[in-house]
Ligand binder design. Structure first.
Ligand code: PLP
Length: 401
């Protein structure tokens, strides 16, 4: 018998498993709203024109090779990534207080940050939002941190439970790590207002908690890269320390290229350089050094004024299509007279709507309408189109009546 005979079959990943089930469904009207990847009006994956253009430049440049890049990744990519999230004139960058390492997309950046904290930070507890992206608790727990939750979402209002958030962070032990979604909270689509962010900042700083931002959707929420980075910049502006994990999966459509960055903003340049030296010791035995292609695409675009500008236009188009899907779905439910208040669909922000549908209703919609989504009722607005909105609205209507 196999030496692995004792193994039980593991369950599918709750998010990626939705696509597995979708692929098995032969129905022509099937609709996958599970996975967080952008689709065009025609329901097709999108490669940005500016990405194609950058790739052509890279391929035609015969001086480029495939040598290993440094443990910390491409220097240009790292500098430009820090500027993108912290702002072009960030004093922290000018004072060399930021260390940035290229990592394997958002997930890899979170994991490297978590491993670093587990090894070198005195407080091993991390607070994550309730609910959050399903991978968060696993990434942090497997890195060796102890994971606790803080209240975030209020099912009654389908908005922020701000009081609960303040109470829970207020009673967190001093120094605890707090994971914050920089914008477009996943799965709820509910973000604090700027005034609420300011209160959260004051609480975190007064208690000496350590903020760790997950920025997976910069530019995707509002269509503006700067606006979506505001919460992070607010924390950096006060001179305090924080970590930021960036992903280029959504905002440049580079999902499978696995390109992202971890920045650690420190008090002094000397600390930042020692932090970087330790990050290398975390990364080297994990995957040695990151891949070259995706980061080269990003650096090419961020470096060039006109390509950067073109990117912001294409990014805005994606964000606006998602926002228009929200309005169309809301209108479709209104016109059907579907019972309930569906205004949260247009109030929530980013790729997802947290519909408020329960797991029974979700199962019904999958069985009767071949619509696939996670059992918590989260739908990816990016997977919808004008053509498929009526089908989804019919399904929701049937599920709640
Ligand atoms: N963080 C959040 C909140 C996400 O929603 C995602 C992707 O769905 C990620 C991080 C990481 O994605 P990736 O590793 O593909 O960059």
């Amino acid at each position: 018998p196999s030496v692995f005979n004792h193994l039980a079959r593991a369950p599918e990943d709750p998010i990626l498993g939705v696509t597995v089930a979708f692929n098995k469904d032969p129905s022509p009207s099937k609709l996958n709203l599970g996975v967080g990847a952008y689709r065009t009006e025609e329901g097709k994956p999108l490669v940005l024109n500016v990405v194609r253009q950058a790739e052509k430049l890279l391929v035609n440049d015969s001086s480029r090779n495939k040598e290993y890049i440094p443990i910390v990744g491409l220097a240009d990519f790292n500098k430009l990534s820090a500027k993108l999230i912290l702002g072009a004139n960030s004093p922290a960058i000018q004072e060399n207080r930021v260390t940035t390492v290229q990592c394997l997309s958002g997930t890899g950046s979170l994991r490297v940050g978590a491993e670093f904290l587990a090894r070198h930070y005195h407080q091993r507890t991390v607070y994550i939002t309730q609910p959050t992206w399903g991978n968060h608790p696993k990434v942090f727990a497997l890195a060796g941190l102890s994971v606790k939750t803080y209240r975030y979402y209020d099912p009654a209002t389908r908005g922020l439970n701000f009081q609960g958030l303040l109470e829970d962070l207020g009673s967190a032990p001093s120094g605890a790590i707090v994971l914050l979604h920089a914008c477009a909270h996943n799965p709820t689509g509910v973000d604090p207002t700027p005034a609420q962010w300011e209160q959260i900042r004051q609480l975190i700083r007064s208690k000496g908690l350590l903020p760790f931002f997950d920025s997976a959707y910069q530019g995707f929420a509002s269509g503006s890269l700067d606006r979506d980075a505001e919460p992070v910049r607010m924390f950096v502006a006060d001179g305090g320390e924080c970590l930021v994990a960036q992903s280029y999966a959504k905002n440049m459509g580079l999902y499978g290229e696995r390109v992202g960055a971890l920045s650690i903003v420190c008090k002094t340049a000397d600390v930042a350089s020692r932090v970087e030296s330790q990050l290398k010791l975390v990364i080297r035995p994990m995957y040695s050094s990151p891949p070259i292609h995706g980061a080269s695409i990003v650096a090419t675009i961020l470096k060039d004024r006109s390509m950067y500008h073109q990117w912001t236009i294409e990014l805005k188009e994606m964000a606006e299509r998602i926002i228009s899907m929200r309005q169309q779905l809301f209108n479709a439910l209104k016109s059907r007279g579907t019972p309930g208040d569906w205004s949260h669909i247009i109030k929530q922000i980013g790729m997802f709507t947290f519909t408020g549908l329960n797991s029974k209703q979700v199962a019904f919609m999958t069985k009767e309408f071949h619509i696939y989504m996670t059992s918590d009722g989260r739908i990816s607005m990016a997977g919808l189109s004008s053509r498929t909105v009526p089908h989804l609205a019919d399904a929701i209507h049937a599920a709640v009546t």
